[in-house]
Design a protein around this ligand. Structure first.
Ligand code: FMN
Length: 180
């Protein structure tokens, strides 16, 4: 199963258009449209519940549905516009909610994360108004996927300079799509 994690907020999102061009080359997919998902930042109560469920081995609790879906995907595509040097906050909330130790990752005795996810590839799709800076968006996702979740290959698909005067956003996007 290809899991498409769509964190694009705007209904005419250019990032989503680019992501769907990527997905068209990959095959059929299941979409998770994060702006519509009922996920919240972890509260103290939610953390306590999660810790108790994990300690009891109750991994089938509905609280872990997103984590299982992520761990079982064969390929993952994330779309996220470049916002404030990073990505929309709902994507971080989603990551908080899926990062259950014992489902997406575990620790070796020396504290090294060992990934438990099946996916062999994660594609991160983004567009930026100006120059794209990957450090706190793709850079973070790549480190997490490869270093903690067990997803060996990550790939960036990016179009930048879409909001800068004198640059033709539609042409930049079309050229990037031709190149996939
Ligand atoms: C809340 C917000 C924050 C943004 N922050 C940045 C930024 O830090 N750097 C940048 O180059 N563009 C920034 N932009 C511009 C977007 O990255 C750009 O318009 C992008 O193509 C939007 O993608 P979308 O069409 O999928 O919504 C921002 C736009 C919004 C709405």
């Amino acid at each position: 199963m290809i899991l498409y994690i769509n964190s694009c907020v705007r209904s005419d999102s250019r990032t989503d258009r680019l992501a769907r061009a990527v997905l068209d080359k990959m095959g059929s997919y299941t979409e998770l449209y994060l702006p519509d998902e009922d996920i919240m930042p972890l509260t103290e109560a939610a953390l306590e519940k999660r810790t108790a469920l994990l300690a009891a081995g109750k991994l089938d609790d509905p609280m872990f549905d997103y984590a299982h879906q992520f761990a079982e995907a064969d390929k993952i595509v994330i779309s996220a516009p470049f916002w404030d040097g990073s990505f929309p906050s709902k994507l971080k909330v989603y990551i908080e909610n899926i990062y259950a130790v014992g489902i997406v990752s575990r620790y070796s005795p020396d504290g090294t994360p060992i990934g438990l996810c099946r996916a062999d590839e994660l594609v991160y799709v983004t567009t930026a108004g100006g120059k794209y800076i990957p450090d706190f968006s793709y850079g973070y996702i790549k480190t997490l996927a490869e270093g903690c979740l067990g997803i060996k290959n990550t790939r960036l698909v990016m179009a930048e300079m879409l909001d800068i005067e004198g640059f033709d956003a539609e042409k930049i996007l079309a050229d990037r799509m031709k190149d996939l």
